[in-house]
Design a protein around this ligand. Structure first.
Ligand code: FAD
Length: 412
């Protein structure tokens, strides 16, 4: 059995960032990352590809290029965690032992949760910015659609980047407005949830754009089936008494977002909470019962918005607390639930939602630079020009830009 002091599962936004942040604090720690993929994706860029703003190439790099030189990389998937033996089991049946474990495998997109969707994707106008490589098809569809009906769906929470289903819609509608075809289009948003956005402070700015684009809003309306060749979608609405009704809607374009859940090896393990997500302490990001296990990123059961922006704040907290625990010191760093969702309401303007646990606003900038509850050019500039470089060269390298961990109260 191979042994490493720290084993990190997943080499996505969270896994690479936390490795770099640990290394910054203690360069002697032996770290391994277990990650099967050949490529690393900057998923926040996919919305911009779907809106014709970024070229797809800028959203992805070979994994070998982002994998830090100081880690041992096992290019395999983890199939289970044996927390009693302090080992993870890999797909080839071998095991790797750890002193401390960081779980960062992201979440699973459950495409099969919508009947017919997976087969329909990529033709007949059926697309999803959540699908690797498919945002360019969204952009193709947006440019070619001149009349008819465009549907945008949002599954039940939690999902990664909760604003992304409507971001795709606003950028599309903005293009149609600028090209004089908006009036020929019936745009419908079908949201499984009951509100436009979970934090009420941002809703008025979004509603103004819903009005501007003439979008028909449907709440508690869940996409359950898609038929590509007949270009029809089925939406299920459920009333207060639990009676459900299915409605078939024809479309010319459908942007679909699948339901999401924790990866199987977490969901079905003793490490999960009731919802199947990793059961972490909200502030320390340490596992609630296994004290040598930490976690971060989309797999986490903490109540923050599942975003790369959250990872940016979580990685230093996990690094600080994990290094402290290896040295038998108290955990001093706290994560306050920060997450951020840059809502691309038009090409050139963004409503930059930034908030922590309980929907408490946590703006990074003073109001005169960016008022997060309004659409601003400053926020667009940040997203379109600054954030990709900050991701590749800052966050993944452990440069903790505006991400200093908060101290835990009562711990010295
Ligand atoms: P990921 O980055 O998904 O990485 C998980 C990694 O774990 C992957 O490399 C995977 O191969 C690996 N893995 C999976 N299973 C295993 C296993 N069994 N064993 C080993 N490795 C495994 N965030 C923002 O901050 N702002 C945005 O504007 C934004 N927009 C988005 C738009 C879209 C369309 C999408 C899809 C996401 C968006 N996000 C945004 C969310 C952001 O991309 C995620 O929150 C972020 O990538 C989470 O990082 P992670 O490391 O937890 O997961």
């Amino acid at each position: 059995v191979k042994t490493h002091t720290v084993v990190i599962v997943g080499g996505g936004a969270a896994g690479i960032s936390v490795a770099s942040s640990i290394r910054k604090r203690d360069s002697n720690i032996d770290i391994a990352i277990i990650e099967p993929a050949n490529r690393h994706h900057y998923q926040p860029g996919w919305t911009m590809v779907g809106g014709g703003v970024f070229r797809p190439e800028v959203t992805s790099k070979p994994m070998s290029q982002v994998m830090p030189g100081f880690v041992s990389w096992y290019q395999q998937a983890v199939t289970s965690v044996d927390q009693e033996m302090n080992q993870v089991v890999l797909e080839d049946g071998s095991s790797v032992e750890y002193k401390a474990l960081v779980l960062a495998p992201g979440l699973e997109l459950n495409w099969a949760g919508i009947e017919g969707l997976e087969d329909a994707l990529g033709s007949n106008g059926v697309t999803s910015n959540y699908r690797e490589g498919m945002a360019s098809y969204t952009w193709e569809m947006v440019q070619s659609l001149k009349k008819g009906r465009a549907l945008f769906s949002q599954p039940p929470m939690p999902i990664k980047c909760a604003g992304a289903p409507q971001k795709a819609m606003y950028l599309s509608a903005d293009y149609w407005l600028r090209h004089g075809v908006l009036n020929n289009l019936d745009i419908q948003f079908h949201n499984a949830g009951a509100v436009l956005f979970g934090v009420p402070d941002y809703v008025p700015a979004l509603e103004a754009y819903i009005q501007k684009y003439g979008i028909d809003l449907n709440f508690q309306s869940t996409l359950v089936a898609v038929n590509g060749p007949s270009k029809t979608a089925v939406f299920r609405t459920t009333d207060g008494d639990g009676n459900s009704q299915d409605r078939e809607v024809s479309f010319d374009m459908l942007h679909a977002v699948p339901p999401q859940r924790a990866p199987h090896f977490i969901r079905e393990s003793a490490l999960a909470n009731e919802g199947g997500w990793l059961d972490l302490e909200d502030d320390t990001l340490r596992h609630k019962t296994h004290t040598n296990i930490f976690g971060l990123g989309d797999v986490s059961g903490t109540g923050n918005a599942k975003t790369a922006a959250a990872v940016r704040k979580q990685a230093p907290v996990v690094a600080e607390n994990l290094v402290a625990s290896l040295h038998n010191q108290p955990l001093r760093a706290a994560y306050l639930g920060y997450g951020s969702c840059p809502l691309t309401v038009e090409n050139g303007k963004i409503v930059l939602a930034e908030f922590g646990y309980g929907g408490v606003l946590q703006p990074s900038f003073p109001k005169w630079i960016n008022d997060g509850t309004k659409a601003t050019r400053a926020a667009w500039y940040l997203k379109a020009k600054q954030l990709p470089a900050l991701y590749w060269h800052g966050m993944l390298k452990g440069h903790e830009w505006l991400a200093k961990p908060a101290p835990r109260s009562g711990v010295n």
